[in-house]
Design a protein around this ligand. Structure first.
Ligand SMILES: [Fe+2]
Ligand SMILES: [Fe+2]
Length: 282
């Protein structure tokens, strides 16, 4: 089930309206002359490597979106129009994620985390060539998954940034978390539109969202070499990052919606109450 294009369009436009002004320069926007790698801990180096892989998988994420929201192969003209409109978001979002990947790679090289461009490139491409699937094809589920992913990265970058004393990485994490916050906000608006416009949200939309929340796992968790060990180490670098925090934020966002719309009050609260106890969200 797709959103009506008339509902989707203002959300995409408002994302791009802010996005057009929210640019930062990956080459000149960071104080590279102040780079001081000796301030990096071993764990922080590992965290940079880990998030580089996650960001660098953009071609896989982008391809998945292109496959799920085709234009040439759309079933109907309406669907093609919808997907064309969504593409205005996808392409900007993809550009920003690719920028994240490139700047993190540059950081690895300049700071000496991996000084050899050739070694780094081969390492990155090896992960890049592993196939990726969101695991859902219903648009509202695809968007819920990405929403959680955006929130997770935003919160992780913030938490890591609080510990980092190396000035270039500190500034970079700040840029990244602001971009991820904008991405999160876009998906939030999409989800709200799905729930608000559904005829019977309790049947059509809420159970689908719930399904994603309970099964959520970070991308690449099943493909990245040595994922578990890397994930544990990166979590250690940002001790105030809570793994369930993205789900908790989504729960609170749904509850806010329940307050705003009388009709949605009961079905949403029924669902979020269960979510709070199952995920131990306070
Ligand atoms: Fe990113
Ligand atoms: Fe993002």
């Amino acid at each position: 089930m797709h959103l009506q294009t008339s509902v989707l369009r203002p959300i995409v436009s408002s994302f791009n309206l802010i996005g057009d002004d929210a640019n930062w320069n990956r080459f000149t926007g960071l104080p590279w002359d102040q780079l001081n790698p000796s301030l990096l801990t071993e764990g922080q180096r590992g965290a940079v490597v880990f998030v580089s892989y996650v960001e660098d998988h953009l071609p896989g994420y982008f391809h998945e979106y292109q496959t799920l929201f085709p234009i040439e192969d759309a079933q109907t003209t309406e669907e093609a129009i919808h997907n064309r409109e969504l593409f205005r978001f996808i392409v900007r979002w993809g550009f920003e994620e690719d920028k994240h990947a490139q700047v993190l790679t540059m950081y690895q090289l300049k700071s000496g985390i991996e000084p050899s461009e050739e070694v780094l490139e081969r390492r990155m491409i090896e992960e890049n060539r592993k196939s990726f699937s969101i695991g859902f094809s219903e648009p509202v589920q695809v968007f819920t998954y990405t929403l959680l992913q955006e929130k997770a990265t935003q919160m992780y970058y913030q938490a890591l940034g609080r510990r980092v004393t190396e000035p270039v990485l500190g500034k970079l994490l700040n840029y990244l978390s602001k971009d991820e916050a904008r991405h999160y906000s876009f998906f939030c608006q999409l989800l709200e539109a799905f729930v608000r416009t559904a005829e019977d949200p309790e049947k059509e939309v809420l159970p689908m969202i719930e399904d994603v929340i309970y099964s959520y796992k970070m991308p690449l968790h099943n493909t990245m070499t040595d994922y578990r060990r890397k994930a544990i180490l990166m979590a250690r670098e940002a001790p105030d990052y809570d793994r369930n925090a993205p789900q908790a934020v989504l729960t609170a966002m749904l509850e806010k919606m329940a307050q705003k719309h009388e009709r949605l009050n009961r079905p949403i609260l029924k669902m979020t109450e269960k979510m709070r106890s199952r995920l131990s969200v306070r």
